[in-house]
Each structure stands twice: as C-alpha cells, then as structure tokens.
Design a binder for this molecule. Structure first.
Ligand SMILES: *[C@@H]1O[C@H](CO)[C@@H](O)[C@H](O)[C@H]1NC(C)=O
Ligand SMILES: *[C@@H]1O[C@H](CO)[C@@H](O)[C@H](O)[C@H]1NC(C)=O
Ligand SMILES: [Ca+2]
Ligand SMILES: [Ca+2]
Length: 214
C-alpha cells in the first residue's frame, strides 16, 4: 500500500544509514555488456526511476542461482527504484541509461554484490553474473516528474499544502478514505525529515535523490 509514500520514507532512512557508514567505496567496477538494444528508445533509465526487470543470476561456474522467469509468465519480474541501494550496488551502477526492452549482461564483483558475507545461497566473495531485461520504466517517487506533479503553483518548492494534497490524492488512488488528522501527521513527519534548511518548503534539491555516493 502507498508505495510512493513508503518509499519516500525508506529512501530517507537509507540516506541516513549511508551517511552513518562513512560512505567509503570500493574501487570495484561492474562489467556491462549490452546484449540487445531495441530500435526505438524514447527514454533511458536514470537514478530515481522505477524499473521492472526480469533477471537470471549465475555463479562463476555457470550455475543459475535465481531466475525470475521460473515463476509462471511474467509474474516473477520485479520493480525497484534505481540508485537508492534498494538492490545490490552492481545493479544501481550497471542499469543506468538503459532502454525499455534492452537486455544487458552484468558481471558484478563481490564488493558490489554480497561481499565478504554472502547471502543465502550466495557464498562469500562471489562474483555474480546477471542477464537483465528491462521491461518498463516509470517515474520514481523522487523523480523530477513527480516533483512537478506535486508542485501545484510551479514555484519549484513544495509547501505543506501541496504535500498534503498529494497525500490525499495518493490515498484516493489506492482506495483509502482521506483522513485529515493522518495527513497532517504525515506532512509533519515528511517536513521534519526533508526540509533540511527548515524554511517551511521542500525545494527540488531537498526532494531529489542525493546520488553522489554511487
Ligand atoms: C557452482 O558454484 C556454486 C557456488 O559456489 C556452488 O554452490 C555449486 O555447487 C557449483 N556448481 C557446480 C556444478 O560446480
Ligand atoms: C485518522 O487517523 C488517525 C491518526 O492516525 C486515527 O487515529 C483515526 O482513527 C483515523 N480516522 C479514521 C476515520 O480512520
Ligand atoms: Ca509549490
Ligand atoms: Ca527547505
């Protein structure tokens, strides 16, 4: 429920965690190979976009450890937001500038995947290969397009009123009754986190993803 609002909160949390961890980054690189690029490409993926992908994951010895196509039809495809560490770093780095319908092969070193610890089926220090097909791109909750949609009077900042109107609309869109008390509380929460300079508005800079860490 309320995907956009929730991911707004989650992304703030992620940014806090990143800041706390000191932001030291390994020098590791993702190897990107474009396997198929569609003839028409109206839009390329960028930080903050939501992407729907199919993916097959392979170990170095060629064994498949995950395939989203194992599930019936396209139901195994996943949505995620690019560039906010919702997925492994190798995906955030390797899936930029991609067209809908494009297929890429990513070879991801452990530092940009599951690292020294590994995870579940993935042993420690695993280099992983993914074949990823991008099915669809949508405006993320933090995209330029979403900001413009929320900025009702086009003054490049969001007032409390504008954020509240947006929440009301999102509630309606997801079939929840509006609740003034709840909206007021959410607006207060959002401004406490997002209005960094406390001028009572969320500027476009305060709103958009801070992606200089990648
Ligand atoms: C391939 O590597 C994975 C992970 O190290 C391991 O679990 C699997 O048994 C290996 N498969 C073969 C056929 O060697
Ligand atoms: C509206 O939200 C408030 C605060 O979350 C809650 O206590 C109240 O029960 C809600 N009212 C309705 C009608 O759902
Ligand atoms: Ca405004
Ligand atoms: Ca501000």
């Amino acid at each position: 429920m309320l995907l956009t609002v929730l991911s707004w909160f989650c992304s703030s949390l992620l940014l806090l965690l990143q800041a706390a961890s000191g932001g030291k980054l390994p020098e590791a690189e993702v190897k990107v190979e474009v396997m198929h690029r569609p003839f028409l490409c109206h839009r390329k993926s960028k930080y903050g976009d939501m992407l729907l992908v199919h993916h097959d994951g392979y170990f170095e010895n060629g064994t498949v450890f995950h395939s989203s196509r194992d599930q019936a039809g396209d139901s195994g495809a996943v949505w995620f937001t690019l560039g906010i560490k919702e997925v492994i770093k190798g995906w955030d780095k390797g899936l930029q500038g991609m067209c809908s319908g494009e297929k890429r092969k990513l070879v991801i070193p452990p530092a940009l995947a599951y690292g020294k610890e590994g995870k579940g089926k993935i042993p420690p220090e695993s280099t992983l290969t993914f074949i990823i097909e991008l099915l669809e791109i949508r405006n993320g909750p933090r995209s330029h397009e979403s900001f413009q949609e929320m900025d009702l009077n086009d003054d490049w900042k969001l007032s409390k009123h504008e954020v509240k109107e947006y929440l009301k609309k999102e509630f309606e869109r997801h079939g929840y009754p509006p609740n003034d008390t709840l909206h007021e509380n959410m607006v207060a929460d959002i401004f406490a986190k997002e209005d960094e300079n406390k001028d009572g508005f969320i500027s476009s800079r305060e709103f958009t993803y801070k992606h200089d860490e990648l």
